[in-house]
Design a protein around this ligand. Structure first.
Ligand code: ADP
Ligand code: MG
Length: 568
């Protein structure tokens, strides 16, 4: 028999650290632990694949700054989680994974689901360890939570062999429960603020880039104050959207290429100069662009480009001090400057081009018309989860975020399969804090396939997530019905271009029928509008709106083919 007292202590301990949710799939050897966690007051959510559980846990960590816990079984269970850990680590989001593992006395001789789990997790984690004895579990749990949340957040893994989970320890021998206070706030060096403000005040074409680090930092008030009081243009990264509302007049997303390419000074707030920001290099930036980098991670400084000023600090105090310094100088970047005029002219031109595409209602539909219709119907404060290639990229420009941390997408790692898990975490967060707020999960048809079975999880926990599938029968683009039929009749399906390989007009909405509900299949704008309105009335069940678009629909022409650019 297992010593449930021991497990109970473990579970109570996790609760005392302030963690609330456990996402996972239970099985040997963590069944009792899962039960004890529930008894101790943690809310346990059972998923259909551990990877999606890990996506949910990290999104919960991003939304709340408290790591979600992932509980998984040994071997394959942990290996399914690994993709999730990597995503958390690359996105800098906190998550704590607890994996059961094979009993130590079966190790090396072919134990059930035996696998080197600590070694396997290490490249994907800030901390990966196996507590050497049950008595030391509290020390390691506290350390794992601390490492996941302090400094640059990330993943932590704790390995729990069945032998440790069943070990008996006298109460007095169990290590004392340590508290893990919130991470310390790092203040900037005053002279660096002064330097940064000087450079910005003398810039001809200044630009603020707001990244998801600013969202994680809860720095929205300070960033807004800085933007509004200085009148500087800003550009959000995908998940930096909403820190300052996309609809604000200082937002230059519609002139993104021009803003990046011509700016002479960039204030980088919680964003890395990685592929997403084109490494800060020509041809996407000026050769001599001066970057003022603000990041709490010292190792991130000067990455890809030598920063003019490198401020290692929390964004909140930095933007507060900068705003003060600008106010003292009575600085205000002129509305009538040639920079603002250029940006506004370009933004206006792009808005008109997109607006025209969004008017076209001929069938099959295009992305822009579909997204315009969705944007017009969903509440302004919705949390939007999104993945897919064109679906995510075009959706990002058409679906506005007015609030911080209201967009969750494929992120820095470009991961497909994250949508349903992220949406579940967002829906739990809304249920606990903003019961009327809606979660809209906008998925490409290919992206949806990765974790589609989590609809059952949503249904089980009565989460009213609205899943909108933008269905083009493929990856990037698909085939129409007639062409696909001819190919299949000729027995040549394996010859179809790999990207256009999905079944034509798959009725994903019929998944709802497994739960006695009806999904929505739409090919026209009136059908889509009706479906979205009806889904918004659901309060305790997910909805699926499967929207067919032109299999060859594409993005508007881009000036740069970003992925094929090379630094060499
Ligand atoms: P994006 O995808 O929006 O470009 P990244 O994930 O590349 O953003 O970068 C986010 C950056 O924010 C990371 O380098 C991380 O270290 C940093 N960061 C996270 N929290 C804070 C904070 N509180 N203050 C400053 N920087 C932060
Ligand atoms: Mg597709």
């Amino acid at each position: 028999m297992r010593d449930s007292k021991q497990l109970e202590a473990f579970a109570v301990f996790v609760v005392e650290l302030g963690l609330e949710y456990v996402f996972g799939i239970t099985g040997h050897p963590v069944i009792e632990l899962a039960m004890e966690m529930q008894t101790a007051g943690l809310q346990y959510l059972g998923f259909r694949n551990e990877q999606a559980a890990c996506y949910a846990a990290q999104a919960y960590g991003y939304l709340t700054r408290k790591p979600g816990v992932v509980l998984c079984v040994s071997g394959p269970g942990l290996l399914h989680v690994v993709g999730g850990m990597a995503n958390a680590q690359v996105n800098c989001w906190p998550v704590l994974v607890i994996g059961g593992s094979c009993p130590q006395d079966h190790e090396g001789i072919g134990g059930f689901q035996e696998w080197p789990q600590v070694e396997s997790s290490r490249p994907y984690c800030k901390y990966a360890a196996r507590p050497p004895s049950a008595a030391l579990i509290p020390v390691h749990v506290e350390k794992a939570v601390r490492l996941a949340t302090y400094g640059r957040p990330g993943a932590a893994y704790l390995d729990m062999p069945a032998t440790i989970l069943t070990q008996r320890v006298a109460g007095k021998k169990v290590a004392k429960i340590l508290r893990c206070p919130p991470p310390p706030l790092i203040y900037p060096q005053p002279q660096l603020i002064e330097q940064a403000v000087n450079i910005l005040a003398n810039a001809k074409k200044p630009l603020i880039i707001v990244g998801k680090g600013a969202a994680y930092a809860r720095a929205e008030k300070g960033v807004q104050d800085l933007v509004y009081s200085t009148n500087l243009p800003f550009l959000p990264t995908p998940m930096g959207k909403g820190v300052v509302p996309d609809t604000d007049e200082h937002c230059v997303s519609s002139a993104r290429t021009l803003a990046l390419q011509q700016s002479d000074v960039v204030l980088l707030l919680g964003a890395r100069l990685n592929w997403m920001l084109h490494f800060g290099q020509p041809p996407r930036y000026q050769k001599n662009v001066k970057v003022i980098q603000v990041d709490l991670c010292a190792e991130e400084m000067h990455n890809s480009l030598q920063a003019a000023v490198a401020i290692q600090a929390d964004i909140g105090p930095v933007v507060h001090q900068m705003s003060q310094a600008f106010k003292n100088r009575k600085f205000n970047f002129s509305q009538t400057s040639s920079w603002w005029k250029e940006l506004r002219a370009k933004a206006e031109k792009n808005k008109q081009a997109v607006g025209a595409m969004a008017q076209v209602t001929s069938l099959p539909l295009n992305y822009y018309t579909v997204f315009k219709s969705i944007e017009d119907l969903i509440p302004n404060d919705s949390i939007i989860c999104s993945e897919g290639a064109n679906t995510m990229d075009i959706g990002r420009t058409m679906l506005f975020n007015r609030l911080p941390r209201h967009r969750l997408d494929a992120g820095t790692f470009g991961t497909m399969g994250v949508g349903p898990g992220f949406a579940i975490a967002a829906a739990l967060y809304c249920k606990d804090n903003y019961p009327k707020k809606r979660v809209i999960c906008v998925e490409g048809d290919s992206a949806f396939g990765f974790s589609g079975m989590e609809v059952e999880t949503m249904f089980r926990y009565k989460l009213p997530i609205i899943i909108i599938i933008i269905n083009n029968n493929g990856i990037y683009s698909g085939l129409d019905k007639e062409t696909m039929r001819q190919i299949q009749d000729a027995g040549e399906a394996t010859q179809v271009t790999p990207t256009r390989s999905l079944t034509v007009e798959t009725h994903y909405e019929k998944i709802m029928e497994m739960f006695g509900k009806k999904g929505h299949f739409c090919s026209t704008i009136p059908e889509l509008e009706k479906a979205v309105k009806s889904a918004l009335k659901e309060t305790d069940s997910p909805s699926i709106i499967n929207t067919m678009i032109d299999p060859l629909a594409d993005r508007k022409t881009q000036s740069f083919n970003w992925l094929t650019e090379s630094k060499l």
